[in-house]
Design a protein. Structure first.
Length: 95
């Protein structure tokens, strides 16, 4: 099983290039995920497993809200969606 979901548009990605990207992500500190425009998780870092308790297999292809949604304050979600809408990214320290 791959630890990265294929993009929904089924665009073929060079396997060597994808492996190099995955290896770089694996070395990054912290936890993060990458999702598509419909919020389906395409990649979850090892840190996400530690924080959420969900394995990569459980996370890939799902929407974060299906797994751990509703556990943060309304303000957190408001800031998250505002940031995603405006810049396409969201960064926040969650403890």
């Amino acid at each position: 099983m791959s630890d990265v979901v294929d993009p929904p548009n089924k665009e073929k990605i060079d396997p060597d290039k994808m492996n190099a990207i995955r290896q770089r992500f694996e070395k990054l500190a912290g936890s993060f995920l990458i999702s598509d425009k419909k919020s389906s998780v395409l990649y979850a870092s090892p840190g996400m497993e530690k924080i959420t308790g969900y394995s990569k297999a459980q996370t890939l292809g799902k929407r974060p809200g299906e797994l751990w949604g509703g556990k943060m304050s309304k303000d957190f979600y408001g800031q998250m969606w505002k940031s995603l809408k405006n810049s396409g990214t969201f960064t926040e320290k969650v403890e």
